[in-house]
Ligand binder design. Sequence first.
Ligand code: 7TS
Length: 415
Amino acid sequence: MNAPASIPTTAAAKLPAIREQFPTLAQTVHGKPLVYLDNAATTQKPWCVINAIAAYYEHDNSNVHRGVHALSQRATAACEAVRDKVRAFVNAAEPAEILFTSGTTEAINLVASSYGANAVGSGDEIVISTLEHHSNIVPWQLLCERSGAILRVIPISDDGDLDLDAYRGLLNKRTRLVAVGHVCNALGTVNPIHEIIDLAHGNGTPVLVDGAQAIPHMPVDVQALDCDFYAFSGHKVYGPTGIGVLYGKRRLLDAMPPYQGGGDMISSVRFEGTTYNELPYKFEAGTPNIAGAVGLGTAVDFLQTHLPEFIPLEAALMEYAESALAAVDGVTIVGAPQQRVGALSFLIDNVHPHDIGTVVDLQGIAIRAGHHCAQPLMERLGLASTARVSFGIYNTTADIDRLTAAIPEVVRIFG
Ligand code: 7TS
């Protein structure tokens, strides 16, 4: 299939040079050149990120905030420089509002534990949505079990869009927090996050945004959104695993108790009582993932450089994938949200998604098959699982062509 005219040609012409920066892409899998379409799970890493981590371990490795010696000062400065880089990246007001976590999951658990401990009691309500990843469901269920609070769930349409009228009806004087995804990892639905936040604030309720699937695909400005918390993972933005970010408004973070106790999060420790460190250190007990932070900083630079060209290219790629897949006999695309980014789920008549994933893997094509850690969403759609493609900065229409060309083989074996 030829690329539609809508593929931005200047950006597309740069793709070979971008792909060269990702060593993992240059390999064969089962004897075929790798096509990597599982970017919602994790992205591949460019040389600049790999080299930054290696250089840190080669030259600067030390612990932070503890030593007067040169290496410790370098490691501390590197971490704090990344904190400020991330602050600028999401346009937070100050670096103290950027907390390093191990990922989105820990960021959400931090808020559920800490904000939940003070602000949520028996009979209070937390609002989430049907589109959530398990990591934005289970921490709230645990909080509800601990506190006696009640979990309310925003329903969706059959197309996979949030029902905003139903959402309005869920907000009331007992609503203590709204926690919603910015982009759904299974369907790619882009939620009307401004409206969701405005409605919650109109009710006096803070909002946590799970940005894991949004931040790789669009600019995010936490002050323009006016969200109260925003969580994302480094490994989904071309950075390393084991590092993530929680943005939180100072007013809320100041009022929240520590999440974990240990080194670095204290001001002074006595057996009679301990006082806590200032933000952001109050929430960063123990040795942080220093190399991870260094890698994240480089990844943020990389993403910021390429995002302006990637956005229109990805929109065209999504359109191309939707029409190419829909044109294959027996293929159905799951959901039709008003706006979709990053991920696209599909089914093949009479074929289990795991079998799709296994057969295309033999062709060197990496896609995801399963419930995508969104079992309540699958249940709402009447499905056990889907096959999913998800895009990164290096994907091309040729990748989609490879996938669609592999589908007849799937149907021949299992259909
Ligand atoms: N929230 C969303 C919306 C996600 O998509 C994911 C991971 C997480 C939270 C958790 O992120 P973590 O980095 O803390 O694990 N999503 C996926 C996925 O779609 N396939 O594998 C992981």
